[in-house]
Design a protein. Structure first.
Length: 225
């Protein structure tokens, strides 16, 4: 179903592009900081991990279909993932756990954008689907245990495994919805923010309805040529 929806959106974007051959078509670049995290859900409810600050960089094609609306397909390299911390004590023994998972995706968004001229530029807002393909990942864990005033720390640094096998940590694919907005000057320079709402379960563990979904807030700068 998700693949069919994505194909339909891409075909719609191509159709709009074909109808807009005589309209201005601009190439854009963008980069900035992302603040991703992951939500965990299962039989016991939903929890949210802490953000794992990362980055994104990418390009887009802005295809005007009217004075107000444009279609923006693109390609973005973006970091996702999460952090977590926990601590506790048993008698005279205390512990503190911490971890960080960093995931890197190539994303293909197709956004419908509305533009409103204000002052020396325009405000733009938009939304659309995206499909992401995980290309790398790494997890770091540390556990500190204190007993009788003596602290010991164990650390582990492992590569994330993608796929659908029992040894995999995450699925390769990620499907979701983009929300974006910003302000662009007439010279093409813009400042923007966005939010990626992951709709698909990225965890390769499907036991007891367990799910993990990406959430990414981002802010950055761009330029349309």
């Amino acid at each position: 179903m998700k693949k069919l929806l994505l194909c339909s959106v891409l075909l719609a974007g191509l159709g709009l592009a074909a109808n807009a051959q005589k309209s201005p078509v601009k190439i854009g670049v963008k980069a900035g900081v992302s603040f991703p995290k992951v939500t965990f859900s299962g039989d016991e409810g939903q929890e949210s991990a802490k953000t794992n600050t990362s980055f994104y960089v990418g390009g887009l094609v802005d295809i005007s279909v009217s004075k107000t609306f444009s279609v923006q397909p693109g390609l973005t390299l973006t970091g996702k993932g999460y952090k977590y911390e926990s601590s506790g004590a048993f008698g005279n023994i205390s512990y503190a756990d911490a971890g960080k998972t960093s995931l890197m995706y190539l994303e293909v968004p197709v956004n419908l954008v509305a533009n409103f001229e204000i002052g020396p530029g325009k405000i733009f807002v938009g939304a659309g689907p995206y499909y992401g393909f995980a290309i790398s990942g790494k997890s770091k864990y540390s556990t500190s245990t204190t007993a009788n005033g003596v602290t010991s720390t164990d650390t582990e640094d492992v590569d994330v495994k993608f796929g659908s096998s029992d040894e995999s940590n995450y699925k390769r694919g990620d499907f979701g919805l983009n929300l974006l907005g910003g302000y662009q000057l007439k010279n093409g320079f813009n400042i923007h923010a966005g939010y990626g709402l992951g709709l698909s379960n990225i965890s390769s563990t499907d036991e007891d309805g367990y799910k993990e979904k990406n959430r990414v807030f981002s802010v950055g700068l761009g330029f349309n040529f």
